[in-house]
Ligand binder design. Structure first.
Ligand SMILES: Cc1cc2nc3c(=O)[nH]c(=O)nc-3n(C[C@H](O)[C@H](O)[C@H](O)COP(=O)(O)OP(=O)(O)OC[C@H]3O[C@@H](n4cnc5c(N)ncnc54)[C@H](O)[C@@H]3O)c2cc1C
Length: 419
């Protein structure tokens, strides 16, 4: 048989495409023949690990604020977003019986705080509707365009008139997203913008050696900093400044701030440029205000550097601060106190590497947007081929943007593939 539509990949995008089709056709007299092909034993494996197991499934911001968090070309997403916006995503899940909550930064989560409930909701909708056939453990290995498209999965060949490629990017390959779609798209003539890890940990010099965390990394690992500022310096230019929370983990600098800087940092490191992260531990105070505060602390009679730092920094940060500011530690107390405000507002980490695809959150790069219609998600080169999700050269910041990108592009692709 020749299916009207095949959806390749049962992740966030593939499942949403199938669920949307189910909702459109479950009560219809004539239904299209649609099949979803997923290579893993169960679909939605990556959704289950999103948002630290809680799944930040979208962000409730309006487009003007939402689009700022989409890269490299937010305009490409605009039409898809308006067709299936974050409020449509919320309505969809609520309509399927999944209660939601909106947290700080307009991040939307299931009320149960269980990512698995998001996957289960999508899968239940598809299975109960009986419109889309779901084949798991069905890895597509080759794609050819003959009279129809032919998708080879092991012994089986699936023929379809149209198909949506939704195989994801390269991050966390253990979930099934191992970049297969890039080679299928390439074999059909598409260009791929070089994929790189994004929303990933940045590794400072001296943080880790070959066998794990070194002294410096051991001191900082596990530390979370609230309301600090971080800037990214490439060469001698500050290219990005961010304010918020940062974490030091066994990977390096991450958390919302580290992740946000990682996109440009990874590109610069790959281009062989010098990269540093400058941490401002006291962004609310100017250097002169900080100097006043230090003077007040020192007036107690103790102006040693360790004492002043104990008044100003989380205890876990002090050994690392002293290690990175060895000159300060060797100065006479009065002199060190004078230099302290600047050191606290510009703690420099030279970045030497980053954590790769095995543990990054999202892939930057992918199928070139120039070759895909933003109005329909159809290939401009191969009629009948549609794209959705992280496979595209489109990625978002942390905050629910990436799943929304997957959901919006999936619905636009599904809508147009069945016209
Ligand atoms: C740890 C982690 C936490 C995250 N947290 C969030 C979050 O809270 N909020 C957010 O918005 N985003 C988050 N993301 C990003 C988000 O999960 C992804 O951007 C999103 O899942 C992409 O959806 P997708 O459908 O394009 O790809 P995926 O979800 O990766 O799905 C692709 C699917 O295709 C299947 N597949 C691959 N190749 C083949 C093949 N050859 N044949 C058949 N099937 C195939 C895979 O097995 C997989 O199921 C997180 C990512 C990670 C790794």
């Amino acid at each position: 048989m020749v299916y009207d539509l095949a959806i390749v990949g049962g992740g966030a995008a593939g499942l949403m495409a199938a669920a949307w089709i189910t909702e459109q056709y479950k009560d219809a007299e004539t239904r299209p023949s649609v099949v979803l092909l997923e290579k893993m034993p169960r679909p939605g494996r990556k959704i289950n690990i999103t948002g630290k197991g809680r799944c930040n499934l979208t962000n409730a911001r309006m487009w003007d604020e939402f689009g700022v968090h989409v890269h490299p070309n937010a305009q490409f997403l605009k039409n898809a977003f308006y067709g299936f916006s974050s409020s449509d995503v919320m309505d969809f899940f609520k309509g399927q019986g999944l209660d939601l909550v909106i947290e700080r930064g307009q991040r939307v989560y299931p009320k149960s705080m269980r990512a698995m409930d998001v996957t289960d909701t999508l899968v239940r909708c598809i299975r109960n509707g009986g419109v889309v056939e779901v084949l798991t453990e069905c890895p597509v290995e080759k794609v050819e365009k003959k009279e129809a498209f032919e998708l080879e999965c092991g012994e089986r060949t699936i023929s379809c008139r149209k198909f949506i490629l939704a195989t994801g990017g390269l991050s966390y390959p253990s979930t099934g997203s191992s970049g297969d779609g890039y080679s299928f798209a390439k074999s059909l003539g598409h260009s791929i913008v070089h994929p790189r890890p994004s929303l990933t940990a940045l590794v400072p010099e001296g943080y880790a050696d070959g066998s794990g965390l070194s002294g410096f990394g051991r001191w900082l690992c596990g530390l979370s900093l609230k309301n600090v500022a971080m800037s990214l310096e490439v060469g001698s230019d500050i290219v990005q400044e961010e304010f918020g929370d940062a974490d030091f983990t066994d990977g390096g600098i991450e958390g919302p701030l580290g992740f946000r800087l990682s996109r440009k940092a990874v590109q610069a490191l790959d281009n062989g440029q010098r990269v540093s992260v400058l941490l401002d531990l006291k962004p609310a105070l100017s250097e002169s205000q900080l100097a006043q505060r230090i003077k007040r602390e020192a007036s107690s009679g103790n102006n040693t550097l360790r004492y002043l730092l104990s008044k100003l920094l989380p205890r876990q940060m002090i050994p690392a601060f002293l290690n990175l500011n060895k000159d300060l530690a060797q100065m006479a107390p009065g002199k060190a106190a004078e230099r302290l405000p600047h050191a606290l507002k510009q703690m420099r980490f030279k970045i030497v590497s980053y954590v790769g695809f095995e543990r990054c959150v999202v892939t930057n790069g992918g199928v070139s947007l120039k070759e895909v219609s933003q109005k329909t998600m159809e290939s401009k080169l191969v009629p009948g081929l549609f794209f959705a999700g992280e496979l595209l050269d489109l990625d978002g910041d942390t905050g629910g943007y990436n799943l929304q990108i997957a959901f919006s592009t999936a619905v636009l692709a599904a809508r147009n593939a069945l016209l």
